[in-house]
Design a binder for this molecule. Sequence first.
Ligand code: R5P
Length: 326
Amino acid sequence: MFRGLSVYTGNAHPEFAKDVCEALNVPLGRADVFKFPNGEIFVQIKENAREHDVFIVQTLAGPNVSDHILELLIMLDAFKRASAGRITAVMPRFAYGRSDKKDQPRVPITARLLADLVGLAGADRFLTMDLHQGQIQGFFSIPGDELTAFLPLIDYFGADYAGRDDAVVVVPDLGFAKKGRNFAERMRLPIAFIEKRRLGNTGESQIVDIVGDIGYRRAIIIDDEIDTGMTVMNTIDALQERGVHDIVVACVHAVLSGDAAARLCASGIRELVTTDTVPIPTPRHEKIRVLSVTPLFAESMRRIHEGESIGALFTSPTVQLPLRVR
Ligand code: R5P
């Protein structure tokens, strides 16, 4: 029904889009996406997109997140006006996930606003990974799919950790409790939760309580994202004070603002395992291990194009995607 599957990208994370194209065996579509000297963004699609099944790959993260959002919205508008058959906004990380409720007086729900903007600008569908809260799916009025990095993480840790009696999974933020529980169950490991309190809107937080036993020799700390690193650093300190010294940290979205990567890697952890939904700051510290989720995105895009199930990717034991560790 469409004239082909086409993939385009803005400037947020072109390597991710190139890897997706390689896995799909399609060329990356040509488009000019740049800023004029006055700061305004210009977009021109350099290929015929009429009736194509278009996927715009643009992660929303980093110090230039506002530019990346605007690039995506303007590209959506360009494809809509170019008569694309269907447009999917592929956002490996969706921004503003933490602004998902009115938890203080007179604050916005920016995640909802952003979801609205993506639909209004022209997206027919969205594709993303591990939203900060699953309910954010419902902020979109267009259909979409939320992937999870659960399987690559299980694959990576499985051989060394599954079923060990000296290891515990530690979830440093209660928002990740359910996914953390699923991870621990699949790894056949006990779990402990950290209750944290945010201190104002500064990004700072402190530990209020630890629920569960952390008296093990090894720990895997797992969260959806690391931003300033404060949440994870507090958890590392708490574990080390209690004699846990073999610690690995895992997260899906390594936002790693400022010097978070350097501080984390200097904290005595064995490694930081993450995915490539967000570009990792270079030069990359030797303790950072990156699991590529581009095979998962590529296969999902192929399935969306062919009208096949995405759910089966996570439930069918016959679907085996390569684990790429970088
Ligand atoms: C909850 O807010 C999230 O799951 C993460 O815990 C949070 O984004 C981490 O932020 P930071 O690294 O700045 O403490």
